[in-house]
Design a protein around this ligand. Structure first.
Ligand code: ADP
Ligand code: MG
Length: 288
């Protein structure tokens, strides 16, 4: 596979070229017939911190049962978009609905894995506890998690290959292991919609593979996943749909349609090395 070194983004994938080629192929016929309200519907969403807009007039309707990547440069508002959907940041204008209702009425249907490093896991709790906490939302008021909840939590730890670490303090796990535990916790919630903020950041290749397989498993169960993704090389491999974001939504749709040079240029500007070259250099850079 041919790749191109870029200034600060690593390597630009030759799969970009492939996806553009495939675009002209016959339709795959896997178009989902939407039934019921969309998992995520965002309208005219503007979010500002200290009166500086970090999301501007975003409209986005996520397709059900798909893996959607949110892609864009640092500070583009990707994490903020997820937080706005979860009601974690105040919205200056517009609205978000989750399966047709405000998030507050749908929280049981939603699991969220925050960006790693944004949570301080230094307090004493072990992996099994963290995953069992994911069950709280499914329990009635005042019911404490019992044997069944622990069993489910243990199953989920097993599913992510962390059963042996059930009693290990979360602070003593490596970054990749912590990420697997958080994934197990999200799985334990048995949600219909999963928001994940950079689930692959800082994990090793084995963990990355394990996460990819889990995403595919979730999709095969009809679940919807919206994940912030930072690696342009794997967008095409891992995701069905992509939302390109830089304060505004630049483009959204199936990866094959949307993950194009023009759209990436509009999203990243001159920060992608090969895109700042002339036309000849550009075509040479992405040729097989
Ligand atoms: N709590 C906050 N207070 C003030 N500014 C913030 C806060 N959170 C994020 N920002 C700013 O908002 C912009 C978007 O941040 P973020 O959504 O985290 O971007 P991304 O996830 O795409 O890197 C950045 O400029 C960031 O510095
Ligand atoms: Mg972020």
């Amino acid at each position: 596979m041919s790749t191109v070194q870029t200034s600060d983004l690593g390597v630009i994938p030759a799969t970009l070229v492939e996806s553009q080629r495939r675009r002209s192929a016959a339709p795959t016929g896997d178009e989902t017939v939407a039934t019921g309200p969309p998992p995520v519907e965002i309208r005219d969403l503007t979010v500002a911190y200290h009166e500086r807009p970090v999301l501007w007039d975003v409209d986005l309707t996520v397709r059900p049962g798909k893996l959607t990547a949110i892609v864009g440069p640092n500070g583009a508002g990707k994490s903020t978009l997820i937080k706005a959907a979860l009601g974690l940041v105040p919205v200056a204008a517009g609205w978000v609905k989750i399966f047709g209702e405000p998030f507050a009425e749908q929280r049981r249907l939603v699991a969220y894995i925050p960006q790693r490093g944004s949570v301080d896991w230094d307090f004493p709790t072990d992996a099994l506890d963290v995953v069992t906490m994911g069950r709280y939302g499914t329990l009635g008021w005042f019911r404490r998690p019992g044997k069944r909840e622990r069993q489910i939590a243990m199953d989920k730890l097993r599913q992510v290959g962390m059963a042996d670490f059930a009693r290990r303090q979360i602070s003593e796990l490596s970054g990749g292991q912590q990420q697997r535990v958080f994934l197990a916790r999200a799985l334990a919630q048995e949600a219909d919609l999963y928001f994940m903020d950079e689930p692959f950041a800082g994990v090793d290749a084995t963990t990355e593979r394990a996460i990819v397989e889990l995403l595919q498993e979730l999709r095969s169960q009809g679940k919807t996943v919206v994940a912030v993704h930072h690696d342009l090389n794997t967008v095409d491999d891992y995701f069905d749909d992509v939302a390109l974001l830089n304060v505004r939504l630049v483009a959204y749709g199936p990866v094959d349609d949307v993950f194009t040079h023009a759209n990436l240029h509009a999203t990243y500007g001159g920060r992608i090395g090969f895109l700042s070259g002339g036309p000849a250099e550009t075509s040479a850079a992405v040729a097989d």
